[in-house]
Design a protein around this ligand. Structure first.
Ligand code: P6P
Length: 329
């Protein structure tokens, strides 16, 4: 079994990027340890605070965020970080080459019920000729990411990582090492499994209602096959399932708050997950266009997401091309 750092070096990964990924994993190992303690550590439950998203912060959201900030901002390679749990980016070394965005503990509403959660991360480079510390340094389209991945804290802790030449998975061993357990992950192009929060059905665009309705019609319907459904309410677990066996995961626009393009955040959920999915031969879109091409306007902006098996996502996009959108631009 190959160690993470040996694998990356063997594949000629930029040595400073390898160093950054290694320290990211130091933080994720600490988060995994805190999670393993569970209720014993007295860190379940919520704080009195809400984040910029208006979500009540779980104690472990804050703990995970602090671990990542401390480890990353303590390294000379890191110019700054942006987090779901921070109103604004936090800057570190003025000469730092990299910017890191992250959702420190995605799916944290699942912590108290002991269901899988994860850390999602995205690595960008400081643009050539960039000036002062500013949020603008981060506002780069997802195709500019130099690396992206997540650590899923499930029955085992698994890192899924891309540095732009495919997706590989590494499992955290009891020794504290991440060992290669899946190389060059490829998503099946077709699927019979979809993931969506069905309780929002009445709020979706007509195109999404038509698409899902045809999946539910099964073999007797226009798709001519029976589908299965999953919904874990942890994007990291959903994406891991899609990378592992195919499928489509979608959190589309809905009319509950028509001004919001979607629930999920572009810079530290949509973009990193989209790079992984594309690198594994899948497709990741807003339902209308590729997420990696979205031009970010603000660090916490939201995005509609439909990602997974290429043929299935392209079929969903076709439904959206055929039916006029009701979203006010
Ligand atoms: P809902 C978790 O809060 C999250 O951001 C994603 O991880 C997950 O896919 C989604 O929201 C779940 O949303 O509305 O089903 O609770």
């Amino acid at each position: 079994m190959q160690l993470l750092s040996a694998y990356l070096k063997h594949h000629d990964t930029d040595t400073e990027l390898v160093e950054l990924i290694e320290i990211l994993m130091v933080a994720c190992k600490e988060i995994a340890l805190q999670l393993r303690e569970g209720a014993l550590a007295g860190i379940h439950g919520t704080t009195e605070d809400t984040n910029i998203q208006g979500e009540t912060q779980k104690k472990l959201d804050v703990i995970s965020n602090d671990i990542l900030k401390e480890v990353l901002l303590g390294n000379r390679l890191v110019r700054g970080v942006a987090s779901e749990e921070e109103d604004n980016p936090v800057f570190g070394h003025p000469e730092g080459r990299f910017l890191v965005t992250f959702d420190p503990l995605d799916g944290s509403s699942n912590i108290d019920i002991n269901v899988s959660v994860g850390t999602i991360f995205s690595i960008l480079e400081v643009p050539e000729g960039a000036g002062e510390d500013s949020v603008d340094l981060f506002l780069q389209p997802g195709r500019r990411q130099v690396a992206a991945g997540y650590v899923l804290y499930g029955p085992s802790a698994v890192l899924a990582l891309t540095t732009g030449t495919g997706v590989n998975m590494f499992t955290l061993a009891h020794t504290g090492d991440f060992l290669l357990t899946r190389e060059n992950v490829q998503i099946p192009h077709s699927t019979k499994e979809f993931a969506i929060n069905m309780s929002n059905h009445r709020h979706w665009e007509p195109a999404m209602r038509n698409y899902i309705g045809d999946l539910l019609a099964g073999a007797e319907g226009p798709r001519e096959k029976n589908y299965n459904m999953r919904w874990i309410a942890s994007m990291v677990a959903e994406v891991h399932r899609v990378l592992t066996r195919g499928g489509i995961f979608t959190y589309p626009w809905d009319s509950r708050d028509p001004r919001k393009p979607g629930k999920l955040r572009l810079m530290y959920e949509g973009n990193p997950m989209s790079l992984l999915i594309e690198q594994a031969g899948g497709r990741s879109t807003t339902c209308y266009s590729d997420i990696l091409d979205v031009d970010p306007q603000n660090i916490h902006q939201r995005v509609a997401v439909a990602l997974g098996s290429k043929e299935e996502v392209e079929t969903l996009m076709h439904y959206h091309q055929e039916t006029p959108s009701i979203i006010q631009q």
